[in-house]
Each structure stands twice: as C-alpha cells, then as structure tokens.
Design a protein around this ligand. Structure first.
Ligand code: GLN
Length: 476
C-alpha cells in the first residue's frame, strides 16, 4: 500500500480485493501514529470506531453495495459534532464535550461508507489563520515542521498533505479551507454558502460558516462534496439545489482582478502568473478587471464575524455544557470565571470586539456599515460575473509562515485579504496547488458565481490534468 493514492484508485483497490477497508484504515492509522506526534494534525484518533466502521464497509463491499466512498478513510475537522466522540473545537471550553448527535456532514459521509479515523486540529472555534490558537497546541506544516499549516482548518490540510488520510472535511468562514489548502499543497473547496448543511457544525459566524472538503485532487474534492452537500431540513439556510456537477469542457473567460494581482512578492507573482498562463494555454481567455471594494473586505469581515461570534459564543456559560469553574460564589461569578478560563485570548478578543460593535451607540458606525460594505462587495462580484465566468486569484499573500512569526492580531487578519471577499459574498471558492516558492507550496484560488461549483471543478480538473503540482508530496 502506498500513501497519497486518490479516492478512485483506493476504490478500485478495495473492489479488486487488493486490500480490505480494514487494512486500508490500519495502514493510515499507522501513518498517523508514526507522524502525528510531530505534526499534531489530530486532536483525537478514533481507532476502535474506525476499525468497526471499516469492517462494516468491508461487508458492504462484499455484498456489492459499496459506493465511491465506501471504505475510504477520512478525518473530520473537530468543529463537526460526532456522536460519542469528543468534539472540542480546539477549545478548553469544549475539551470534555462529547456530542449526543452527529453533524449532518458527518452522518452523510458515514452513510456513504467513509471510515472516520479521527478529529483534526484547528484554531480555537475556527478563529485564526495558522492553527496556533488551538488549546491542544499548534499543528505543523508537513512541508516544513517549523511553519504553520494555515488555519483554521490546519489539521485537516496537514493530515491530507502528509498522506495521513486521503481526504478530510473543513470549514471556511473567511478562508479556513482555502488558505490551509494552499499552505499544505492540497486542494480545498469552500462551497457556496448554503450548499452544505451547518447542522452540528459548531457555529462561529453563522452568515459565513460553510463546510467543505480537502483532497489530493479536484476530482477527490468533488467526490467528497457529492456526499456532503444538499438541502437539510435541520438547517434552514441550506439550499434546495440540484447536486454539483462538473461543467463540460469549453473556453471560459477567466477574470484576473487587478486588486488581487498587485503587490504580490516577485516570486509569488511569478508563480501565480505562470498558473494563469497555463489556463490561457488550455484555451481560456484571461480578462483583467476590477473588484473595487476588495480592500474593505478584511475590516468588514472582522466586524461581522466578530459580531456573530459574540452572539454564538454566549451559549458557553458554564451551566449547560462545557467548561465550568469550580465553587462559584454566585451565578455572575460562575459565568465570569468559566468564560475567563474556558476561552483563549483570540476568542476573547473576538467576543469583546463583537460585543462592542453591536452595542448601542456603535451599532450604526460598525456593524451596519460593515453590512453595507458587504453588499458592495457582493455587487462587485455580480458585476464581474457579467464579464467573466470564473475569477482566478492568489489565496494568501505568501506561502506558509513560520510558527510564531505573525504575532500581531491585525497582521494575522491581513492574511485573509484574498479569501474574505468571496466569503462575504457567499461564493464558492477553491484553492489548488500551482507551484512552489522557496520549497513551499503555493495555491491558486478560483472563485465562481453562487452555486457554480461545477465551473471551478471543471477548470481545476483541467489544470490538474495539465500540471503535476498536486502530485508532489513532502518527504517523510
Ligand atoms: N482567519 C479568519 C478568522 O480568523 C477565517 C477563519 C475561518 O474561515 N474560520 O476569522
């Protein structure tokens, strides 16, 4: 057995009987055991359960009832509730929380026959761009252990990038699938807001949160998305849409927004431009255009996401579930001390700024204004998509940074300059490997109109047929 095999290849191996799902799970569990002491991509490895699920998958395959994902190992970001398995959101607040139910994403992927090996590390409550805010310690980048895997879904990206699992789930509120995918040299897709159910996905900013997938190729991400997506009566914001289908071949107009393509460092710019040229060589037409409100996305995002987070996180009060301070003097003392000890610094910063921007007297100046900016950004994209079919852009200003190097919160927020606009507009966006700078992977971002994931998958798949960046893997 070899690591880094794609889902279809693994499915063929299972169907032929080259190995059983149990052997496949064991192989990957051994890889996790060997590598994860160092990578810290997992918060929890669910070995027993994985082996039982693998045996069930083997029985299903033997009956001839397997699907494309039956017996395929995967990992879930530790933001998705898993019945009977600890779900921490990388927070001390939920360090001992064992949910009584599965998130819809988890239930659907289990029904498809996937074998969950464990829960992956992340920034606490998905707030961050490096996975360094985890209560369980930072995850590391498989290409360079001294660097961040990105965040917030850093553990999922690192696990796939290191060949510990063939695919994984993640969530993206302002870039948390795309940026770690770019940093770890894997493919990651954030679907359109509403494509994937948020039921059982621990809420950060409810108008932005969206579940998605990591894989070693566009094809694999498409397969995983196929099992996750679709309307869910348990999430009223999930959309009733026909399933995602990869578009047919054909020439597309690929937009290069000037605001995204200026100011990149020389090496980053060269690498990304070469990727755009590859799309041109494949018969697509590059079109330069403008998304004029791009620079307002980060401030608007951090106002809106903080405001929603402050409301969502008010449920952690030490009373019903989660961390609880000992011997409280009274109810106020219980709230205060439970929240003071249960949340980390970045989460507290978001709750404080969010509460401030929603407070009487500041609401209009911050929250309402940010909503207006959000509308402008959505409008920019609507206008752009009258001219172009897909937008191509960088994912992040640079490749993976060193752990600890970005120690100023605002500098960390600025990492999200290229990912927050599509989040605010609710659009599907994907990152795929497109080259290396200083030995570190670089991602190209494709952004599409709402519910046009099929265009991103078509263009991305074509790109991966013409290039081998996604086939390069770190040593060790
Ligand atoms: N880095 C962004 C933040 O910290 C995005 C995180 C995310 O997408 N979950 O809010």
């Amino acid at each position: 057995m070899q690591p880094f095999a794609g889902i279809a290849e693994l499915g063929r191996g299972l169907a032929r009987g080259d190995y059983s799902a149990r052997e496949l799970a064991t192989f990957h569990l051994e890889r996790i055991a060997a590598a994860d002491g160092d990578l810290n991509a997992f918060i929890h490895v669910a070995e027993e359960r994985a082996l039982r699920a693998a045996e069930a998958a083997d029985r299903r395959i033997a009956r001839g009832e397997g699907g494309p994902l039956t017996g395929i190992p995967l990992a879930h970001k530790d933001i998705f509730c898993t019945a009977g398995v600890a779900t921490t959101c990388a927070s001390r607040m939920l360090a001992d929380f064992v949910p009584p139910y599965d998130a819809t994403v988890v239930a659907r992927l289990a029904a498809a026959g996937t074998v969950c090996l464990g829960k992956t590390n992340m920034d606490e409550f998905a707030m961050g761009s490096s996975s360094e805010t985890s209560w369980f310690g930072p995850s590391r980048n498989p290409w360079d252990r001294g660097r961040a895997p990105g965040g917030s879904s850093g553990g999922s990206a690192a696990a796939v990038g290191a060949g510990l699992v063939p695919c994984a789930t993640g969530t993206d509120t302002g870039g948390s699938i795309r940026q770690p995918a770019a940093f770890c040299g894997v493919t990651g897709l954030k679907p359109t807001y509403g494509r994937v159910s948020r039921y059982g996905m621990i809420a950060f900013a409810s108008s932005l949160d969206q579940g998605g997938a990591f894989g070693l190729s566009v094809e694999d991400v498409e397969t995983v998305l196929g099992a996750m997506e679709g309307h869910d009566p348990l999430d009223s914001t999930s959309a009733e849409r026909s399933p995602t289908r990869r578009n047919g071949a054909g020439s597309m107009r690929v937009g290069l927004p000037s605001e995204y393509w200026t100011g990149l460092s020389g090496d980053m710019g060269d690498c990304l431009l070469a990727a755009a040229k590859e799309l041109e060589a494949a018969g697509h037409v590059l079109v330069s255009h403008s998304l004029p409100h791009t620079d307002a996305a980060v401030p608007a995002y951090y106002v809106i996401a903080g405001a929603e987070a402050s409301a969502n996180l008010s449920r952690y009060d030490g009373v019903r579930f989660g961390f609880r301070a000992e011997d409280p003097a009274d109810l106020g003392d219980l709230y205060r001390r439970s929240r003071a000890a249960g949340f980390g610094t970045e989460v507290k910063r978001r709750i404080l700024t969010g509460t401030y921007t929603l407070s009487v007297g500041y609401y209009d100046a911050y929250y309402l204004k940010a909503q207006r900016v959000r509308r402008r950004i959505q409008q920019d994209f609507l206008e752009a998509f009258e001219e172009v079919d897909v937008i191509a852009a960088p994912v992040a200003p640079g490749p993976a940074f060193e752990l600890g190097a970005v120690d100023d919160p605002v500098a960390m927020y600025r990492q999200d300059v290229f990912t927050t606009p599509a989040s605010l507009a609710g659009l599907p966006a994907m990152s795929m490997p497109c080259g290396f700078v200083g030995g570190l992977p670089v991602g190209l971002q494709l952004i599409g109109p709402a519910f046009e994931e099929g265009r991103l998958l078509a263009l991305g798949h074509e790109f991966q047929r013409r290039t081998d960046w996604h086939l390069r893997h770190p040593e060790g």
